[in-house]
Design a protein around this ligand. Structure first.
Ligand SMILES: NC(=O)c1ccc[n+]([C@@H]2O[C@H](COP(=O)([O-])OP(=O)(O)OC[C@H]3O[C@@H](n4cnc5c(N)ncnc54)[C@H](OP(=O)(O)O)[C@@H]3O)[C@@H](O)[C@H]2O)c1
Length: 243
């Protein structure tokens, strides 16, 4: 297993939720971090909450805007591992009520964003390093009705990683697919209904509770550390695919 001590890790989406959990776990392993996100306020707040004695830097960029993400990676320079958890809440309309503009925005935010991150990250990623992107439980247990778009886009990530793993070898490319995680995105999605949804799901899950970001962060660490894993989708969902 590769050590993360002293390695430079870029976390796109590191200012909140799962990405912030990954940043905290990597910091404990002695890594140096660069957090990337759109909101400078959120980035600075994350940097303060992490501490890290100067080992956490921030870069403001929107991954869907080529010029911004190109400049971000040019400024970051050489690094060892990329983690991307960036994304926005998915559309959830039944297929007969699809809002095409909303779907295009989601595809742009989630899939095209990841493509652009990979495009510019590859220029300064150390050979033999890794890229880890994020999909999710919606590809395996889509909400019904309204889950077709998010399921298709989340599912696409596994195939993105398989092809990219071949193209970028010896660097490695993997996907982490979490189940429900208690993050600000969930608040944004369901608001006050969250407590009820979580109680109901926790009672059904084999592990008996909803994940915190710290519960799924080890899957990202494993994807970075395991020198023998590439093109893979790691599921970390408390058994949610089984119910
Ligand atoms: N939470 C769950 O239950 C769950 C389950 C499975 C999969 N996922 C997936 O995991 C990913 C992370 O979710 P989360 O719950 O951690 O969400 P979150 O708390 O809302 O965090 C999203 C992060 O992505 C950044 N971001 C969003 N759009 C961006 C863009 N265009 N460019 C750069 N940064 C951007 C956000 O910062 P700014 O807003 O400042 O840009 C923030 O740091 C999402 O893709 C989500 O679909 C989540």
């Amino acid at each position: 297993m590769a050590q993360l001590m002293g390695k430079k890790i870029v976390v796109v989406g590191g200012s909140s939720g799962i990405g912030l959990g990954v940043a905290a776990a990597a910091l404990e392993r002695g890594a140096e971090l660069v957090l990337v996100g759109r909101s400078q306020d959120k980035l600075l707040q994350a940097q303060r909450s992490l501490g890290g004695n100067g080992r956490v830097k921030t870069v403001t960029a929107d991954m869907t805007r080529q010029a911004e993400i190109a400049a971000a990676f040019a400024g970051i320079g050489t690094f060892d591992h990329l983690v991307s958890t960036a994304g926005t809440p998915p559309p959830g309309d039944p297929i007969g009520e699809t809002d095409a503009e909303m779907v295009r925005r989601f595809v742009d935010d989630k899939l095209i964003g990841a493509v652009l991150v990979a495009k510019y990250a590859v220029r300064t990623l150390t050979a033999g390093g890794s890229m880890t992107f994020t999909s999710g439980i919606n590809k395996d247990r889509p909400p019904v009705p309204g889950g077709a778009v998010v399921s298709a886009i989340a599912g696409a990530f596994s195939y993105f990683a398989r092809a990219l793993a071949l193209e970028l070898a010896p660097s490695r490319v993997n996907i982490v697919s979490p189940g429900w995680v208690d993050t600000p995105m969930f608040d944004e999605l369901v608001g006050e209904a969250k407590a009820g949804y979580f109680a109901e799901m926790a009672a059904r899950l084999p592990v008996g509770r909803i994940a915190a970001p710290s519960d799924v962060a080890p899957a990202y660490l494993y994807a970075m550390e395991s020198e023998f894993m590439t093109g893979e989708t790691i599921h970390i969902d408390g058994g949610q695919r089984l119910i």
